[in-house]
Design a protein around this ligand. Structure first.
Ligand code: B1N
Length: 795
């Protein structure tokens, strides 16, 4: 078709439309009824709540699709440099396609990218089973599958025509190309990747970006041989097996080393995404030299780092670029964020596994490494220890590929997730690389989106903020929250602030009662620790503190009890299914709760509730209702921590160690406005060295004894848990931090009995939370790391 014909066609189409879908209540109602009848296929006079929800979602979906199209047409036309955010996990909410902080941070970043009009896409995997549901039976965690697609998903758009073949296994063979020998991969298995698009609307802009998730489908190429030989049934069974690649999210939020299926997932995701990205690039540009000006690829941790080998394979083997030319291009497009602190936590892939699944990629990795080693020798000489530390290939009992080294070598920027984290990376974890390339190392402190964590989850606070700030602009510009400082001395304002907290506590109290049957007093301090269960996050310290509090109450004169601040202690979080100690912590929490909550002598003075199945929806309920929240990681172990930022925004006071992003929170709100305790990061190593000679307060020994002696039952079961914190074995330093932990708790009690003081601290916490908006994070990344500009689709 010529231009004239296309234009005429477009005009004809447009005359058939009523223009954009309208957002007034009447138009929405009309659409909802339309979808009740024609999408849900119920009569418009007879439908239930769920069907109403479906019809409503479809009406919203229609609007999203319209904006999605406009945004992408605009991007296509203006050809800005695009960011592709590659992550194996996105914890959106309803879709729990991720584990914890890393995945929720990805989701917050997508929201900010859309709101700030950046030309960005997210790429991920469409797991059929998201993170398991946690149910508690007898105090023990059990895992149930989260088959979230059971009732359909109106928020995704299936693109049955956007598919790519992804290959696995096979061999590498030499071929002759213009008289030169070249290596080419002859794969053994083919799987098809199908795109599912999830529109991500920005706030206060028409821009709607895309989160493209891949699902595996058996390819039609598959097993033709078997059909021909008549093994029809088996070939169908095999087809089913290939679909299993995108079946299930791995539930460990640390390591998955050596699991073939996990590696398959990673490559499946990487290969489909890169084919899609390169296709889009080639549609608009005809020279790969332009790639670094038009494409930024971001590696969210090392999980997508096979991208490096894959893009080299595409450029060299398929596009026939010279190796050095390809390498120079590739080194200009990747940036990398690591979320890990300690070297032992870094991802490694055994070469045996990689070589059998992806033989050509292993060769490419070896070549990248040998080139790097040559260059490195020229720079640092024959320091073999250092050379072997920096090598991509780890020799040893299990020869492996170090995905972090690969990512650092190939990325132009290596990001830490907080200042403290980045210092640790430079001084310890990646010291060798920092000395080689200091300019590569940056940090961009994490953030969370106020749209989800205030506007959606705390509507009453949202209204209060807009009223007293005199504008809703803080929803797009969280820095404006500092304006709350001007009102902190206004009693009327403080009164309204307290009312909002009370309302949210009421909502949470109702939830607690339905979930656990425990009735809690709204006058008590709601003290919350919710996050994945990990030894380093020290939920055990919290539980030991509660036992100590209970013990004190029991031994206290009845008159003195009236001076005690009543507490509702709330703990929630999932343990990785194979993480035994974490599961014992959950059980201990229930055992202690059972004892305390049924002690009539204690009543409302102390309650302990474990909230099951902690997830985004539960967080939306719990966080606004918290007075105090605990962030107890041993200093130097939490790379950033983002839960604390959500609590901060909701006017919840923090009780925390000087770890991860807390250090920067203190900078922002001042140490008077939170309760700090514990060893500092530079003291930790020394304390550990003391081993058995470490001083531990008597109260700690007493609490430990109570658990060991079976005061809470299950003595034998808890033995191994107790052993982990016994003097001489207490790697995470619970014993040595216990004294200052109790002091911080006492300070919190003291502040709580002065409501005006407490409320001021609460207001100043929220007022300082603007810096921890993911909008700030994304702007920093965009300007410093990705070098991308906003590209706003005109209305
Ligand atoms: O990433 C968050 C940080 O705020 C947390 O401090 C950090 O612990 C978390 C393998 C991880 N680090 N590593 C992971 C997740 C899944 C997986 O398969 C590792 N998550 C974090 C955001 O920066």
């Amino acid at each position: 078709e010529g231009f004239g014909e296309r234009k005429a066609k477009a005009e004809r189409m447009f005359s058939l439309m009523d223009g954009f879908l309208k957002n007034d209540p009447f138009s929405l109602q009309k659409d909802i009824l339309h979808h009740v009848e024609y999408t849900v296929a119920r009569s418009r006079f007879n439908f239930d709540d769920y069907e109403a929800y479906q019809a409503l979602s479809h009406s919203v979906r229609d609007r999203l699709i319209e904006r999605w199209h406009d945004t992408h047409t605009y991007f296509k036309r203006t050809k800005p440099k695009r960011l592709y955010f590659l992550s194996l996990e996105f914890l959106m909410g309803d879709a729990a396609l991720g584990n914890g902080g890393l995945a929720r941070f990805s989701a917050c970043q997508m929201d900010s990218l859309a709101t700030l009009d950046y030309p960005a896409w997210g790429y991920g995997l469409r797991y059929e089973y998201g993170l398991f549901r946690q149910i508690i039976v007898d105090g023990f965690q059990h895992e149930q599958p989260d088959y979230w697609l059971n009732f359909g998903n109106p928020w995704e758009i299936e693109r049955i025509h956007v598919t790519y073949e992804v290959k696995f296994y096979g061999t590498v063979e030499d071929v002759d190309r213009n008289g030169e020998k070249h290596e080419v991969w002859i794969p053994g298995e083919t799987v098809e990747a199908v795109a599912y698009d999830n529109p991500i609307p920005g706030y206060g802009t028409r821009n709607t970006i895309n989160l493209r998730l891949w699902a595996a489908k058996p390819s039609n190429h598959f097993d033709l041989e078997a059909y021909n030989t008549g093994d029809y049934i088996n070939s169908i069974v095999n087809r089913q097996r290939t679909e299993s690649i995108s079946n299930v999210l791995y539930p460990d939020d640390r390591s998955h080393q050596g699991k073939e299926m996990r590696l398959k997932q990673q490559y499946f995701f990487v290969s489909a995404s890169l084919q899609d990205i390169i296709r889009r690039f080639k549609e608009a540009h005809n020279n790969f030299d332009e790639l670094p000006e038009k494409v930024a690829l971001h590696l969210n941790d090392t999980h997508p780092s096979l991208s490096i080998a894959e893009i080299m394979r595409i450029l060299v083997d398929e596009e026939q670029l010279d190796w050095n030319k390809a390498w120079n291009i590739v080194c200009k497009i990747f940036s990398f964020t690591t979320h890990t602190v300690v070297a032992e936590g870094l991802e490694k892939i055994p070469t045996d596994l990689l070589g059998s699944l992806l033989p050509r990629h292993l060769q490419i990795l070896y070549k990248i490494n040998s080139n790097f080693m040559e260059e490195l020798k020229k720079r640092i000489g024959l320091d073999y220890n250092r050379l072997s530390r920096m090598s991509i290939v780890e020799e040893g009992a299990v020869k492996s590929i170090r995905m972090a080294n690969l990512s650092i070598i190939c990325s132009h920027t290596v990001n830490g997730v907080s200042k403290l984290h980045s210092d640790t990376l430079k001084m310890r974890t990646f010291k060798d690389f920092y000395e080689l390339w200091p300019e590569k190392f940056q940090y961009t402190t994490n953030g969370v989106t106020q749209r989800r964590w205030i506007v959606v989850s705390n509507p009453s606070l949202c209204a209060l903020l807009s009223k007293w700030l005199g504008t809703e602009a803080w929803i797009r510009n969280a820095d404006l929250l500092t304006g709350l400082r001007d009102h902190v001395d206004n009693t009327g304002f403080r009164h309204e602030w307290k009312m909002v907290k009370r309302l949210n506590k009421m909502r949470l109290a109702e939830y607690i009662e339905t979930m656990s049957g425990v009735k809690v007093s709204l006058d008590a301090m709601f003290d919350v620790q919710v996050k994945r269960i990990h030894e380093y996050k020290r939920q055990l310290l919290n539980i030991f503190g509660i036992i100590h509090r209970y013990d004190c109450l029991k031994n206290m004169d009845k008159n003195d009890r009236t001076k005690v601040v009543p507490r509702v202690c709330i703990i929630g979080g999932k343990a990785a299914p194979g993480y035994e100690i974490a599961k014992k912590i959950i059980k201990l929490c229930h055992a202690v709760a059972e004892k305390i909550n049924n002690d009539a002598d204690i009543g409302d003075l102390l309650k302990l509730v474990f909230i099951p199945d902690y997830n985004v929806s539960v967080a939306e309920m719990v966080i606004p209702g918290a007075d105090l929240s605990q962030h107890l990681s041993t200093a130097g172990h939490e790379a950033s921590g983002t839960g604390s930022m959500k609590f901060l925004m909701n006017g919840c006071l923090l009780l925390a160690t000087a770890d991860g992003s807390t250090v920067e929170i203190i900078e922002e709100i001042g140490s008077d406005n939170l309760f700090l305790f514990g060893a500092k990061v530079q003291e930790v190593a020394e304390l550990r060295e003391k081993g058995g000679a470490l001083k531990v307060p008597l109260q700690f020994a007493r609490v430990l004894r109570m658990v060991r002696d079976g005061y809470f039952g299950d003595k034998d079961y808890f033995k191994s848990l107790c052993d982990t914190v016994e003097v001489g074995n207490d790697f995470y330093l619970l014993g040595s931090d216990f004294g200052s932990y109790l002091e911080a708790q006492a300070a919190a009690d003291k502040a709580f009995v002065e409501p005006e003081k407490w409320t001021k601290m609460s207001i100043l916490s929220a007022a300082g939370s603007g810096r921890f908006s993911s909008d700030r994070t994304i702007r920093e990344y965009a300007e410093r790391t990705w070098k991308i500009d906003p590209c706003q689709c005109p209305f």
